[in-house]
Each structure stands twice: as C-alpha cells, then as structure tokens.
Design a binder for this molecule. Structure first.
Ligand SMILES: Nc1nc2c(c(=O)[nH]1)N[C@H]1C(S)=C(S)[C@@H](COP(=O)(O)O)O[C@H]1N2
Ligand SMILES: [Mo]
Length: 168
C-alpha cells in the first residue's frame, strides 16, 4: 500500500510535468503577432499559445492567388491554413472568435475551415502586409475558386488586423 502511494507520488511529481512538456509549443522569439486562447491543449505562455512570424511560417502555408472584395487586382496571399493553426494548438471547440487590433470580431465555425481552404494570410505578393494594408494577419477565404463565398456574411468573417483567436 505504501509502495502504491509512493509510485503515485512519483507519477505526480515526474509524470505531470512530462505530460505538460509534451503539449508545449515552441516559444516565440520575435514579436508576438497572434495570441490563441480558450479551448486549446497546446500552449507556450500560461494557458495561451503565442505565435511570432517564424512560428506561423512553419505551419503548413498555402498560397492563394485571388481577387478579394478589397483589392482591385489579383494578389497572391500566403499563410497557414486556419485548420492547421487550430490543429497546432490542439483546438477542441466548434467555433472560433477572431479578434482584430481595432476590436472588431467575428465568429467562424470550425466546420467551415474544414470545408474551405481559409488561410491566415501573412504576406501579399511576397511582402509582409503593413497594418494599413489589412495586415499584419488577415483571414482570407478562397474567393476565386468559390463564387458562393461572395456574400456579406463571409465578408463579415474576413477579419483583417487579426490579433487574437479565441477557441470556443
Ligand atoms: N479588422 C477589421 N476587419 C473587418 C472589419 C473591421 O471593421 N475591422 N469589418 C468587416 C466587415 S463587417 C466587412 S463587410 C468587411 C469589409 O468591409 P468593407 O468592405 O466595408 O471595407 O471587413 C470585415 N473585416
Ligand atoms: Mo460587413
């Protein structure tokens, strides 16, 4: 009996931190561009996941060349697939709330991010996007391939100046 308790204590002391380390994301070294909060299993800053440009670049990037309702010409946007970003943080919710630097926010269903290749665009035509050009991060739907996305509701979910994502 005493031995069982002893083994149990050892597990508590050693096992729990090891499990926690297994769920850690690498820590950002540069400026934090994105904070992910809420129902997530993988963190690197307390209960949150913080991403700098480097960490975001390492997440399955996709390039989408499309016109958008906000640009006259076709541009090529590049950034991680939103569903890969959610996988990286071990997101467990059914929806996310994307919040912008200007406090604008929109809710997006996780299902939609599996149905469509929505990216968190980090660059446009190879250049980082300044804040005055919808940057630094911009939720981009593949408008070109999917005419059905040209609706007011989808434009409403096209959040630019993204600063944080809360998983519900
Ligand atoms: N950061 C940020 N993103 C935003 C908004 C906003 O106010 N701030 N407005 C949203 C809404 S409601 C729409 S319809 C689209 C397009 O806005 P616009 O075409 O009127 O400029 O951007 C969306 N993304
Ligand atoms: Mo809107």
């Amino acid at each position: 009996m005493r031995q069982t308790i002893f083994i149990y204590l050892i597990f508590l002391l050693v096992g729990v931190p090891v499990l926690a380390i297994g769920n850690e994301l690498p820590a950002p070294e540069g400026e934090v561009l994105l904070t992910v909060t809420g129902n997530i299993a993988h963190t690197n800053a307390g209960t949150q996941a913080h991403f700098d440009r480097e960490l975001l670049k390492n997440l399955s990037p996709l390039t989408i060349c499309t016109r958008t309702p906000w640009h006259r010409e076709t541009s090529c946007f590049r950034g991680p697939l939103m569903r890969e970003l959610l996988a990286a943080v071990g997101a467990q919710g059914d929806s996310i709330v994307v919040q912008a630097l200007n406090r604008f926010e929109a809710e997006i269903s996780v299902q939609e991010l599996h149905d469509y290749d929505v990216i968190l665009a980090m660059s446009r035509n190879g250049e980082p996007m300044p804040i005055r050009e919808l940057g630094p991060l911009f939720v981009l739907y593949p408008f070109g391939e999917h005419p059905e996305l040209h609706t007011e509701a989808v434009r409403f979910r096209s959040v630019w100046h993204v600063a944080s994502i809360h998983v519900r």
